[in-house]
Design a protein around this ligand. Structure first.
Ligand code: ATP
Length: 263
């Protein structure tokens, strides 16, 4: 069965922080979205449009107000680690900032073992770790190092390898290339591209970087104020954007040769 993750009529609100906003804040307002193995879907939108909240809902980290998140037609309910182990084997998360998400006290070896132990995955852990490192082209000689002893790009590869080690079918990546310099960004995009095109991984790629989205994702969804305002084939959409929110995102791409400030 092809792995399939879906959001169905998803509504999520954060509780109000002030007495005068008792109604709270609706971060997602009726989202319908599907991600399948072998497909890369881009999720773009202005800051505060609800992208990270949607990722958290898809990871079953947030309780939804209405609608549901389903994996292979099984509804997900946020709860203790034990109730979601089955799901975390199939759907893994790649964080934006590996420096913040990797425990600085742990070696790469320990960081790689952690998800296998947490998810109670049986088998030859050493082999699984080596295979994951190979997929991200990371030297196994680095297994004894800690995050502070690695470069930013190596840490991002560790974060991706950690997501890969349980053998998931779908990755949810929230701004995985932001903050990386151009060669590293290209290398990480190349890895993700290979995972999708060669290994049949499903990918939800959240990014402000529309050129990265157009390189990786055949389909793109534009979020604005918690709603999907445009979706479709990425290149078609970027050529003939209909919604003002999409046009605004495209207009914000820096053009080569454009100067800012006084001439
Ligand atoms: N814990 C929270 N409590 C209350 N409101 C929140 C919380 N987290 C996010 N929000 C609000 O929900 C909305 C969506 O936030 P979210 O972080 O999902 O947006 P985003 O599109 O990921 O933004 P960015 O691109 O800046 O990361 C925003 O208005 C934000 O202020």
């Amino acid at each position: 069965m092809t792995a399939r993750l879906r959001a169905l009529d998803l509504v999520h609100g954060y509780p109000g922080r002030w007495p005068r906003s008792r109604q709270g804040h609706r971060a997602l307002r009726g989202i319908n979205l599907g991600i399948e193995a072998g497909q890369a879907v881009g999720l773009v939108g202005s800051s505060g449009s609800g992208k990270s909240t949607l990722v958290r809902c898809l990871l079953a980290l947030e309780k939804v107000d209405s609608g549901s998140v389903q994996f292979n037609d099984n509804p997900l309910v946020p709860g203790p680690v034990s109730s979601l182990r089955w799901y975390r084997r199939f759907v893994q998360y790649v964080p934006q900032n590996p420096a913040g998400s990797l425990d600085p006290r742990m070696s790469v070896q320990q960081l790689m073992l952690e998800p296998l132990r947490q998810l109670r995955i049986q088998g030859e852990h050493r082999q699984m770790i080596h295979r994951a490192l190979e997929r991200v082209e990371l030297d196994p000689g680095l297994l004894g190092r800690k995050p502070a002893e690695l470069s930013g790009g190596q840490n991002q590869r560790v974060a991706i390898a950690r997501a890969l080690v349980p053998g998931p079918s779908i990755l949810l990546a929230d701004e995985p290339v932001s903050g990386l310099d151009l060669p590293l960004r290209d290398a990480v995009l190349g890895l993700l591209e290979k995972l999708v095109r060669q290994d049949g991984m499903g990918l939800l790629f959240v990014s402000h970087d529309l050129s990265a989205v157009s390189r990786l994702c055949s389909r793109t969804v534009v979020l604005e104020s918690g709603r999907i305002v445009e979706e479709g084939d990425t290149l078609d959409m970027f050529h003939t954007a209909r919604h003002p929110a999409t046009r605004e995102l495209l207009a914000a791409i820096p053009q080569l040769g454009t100067r800012t400030g006084a001439a």
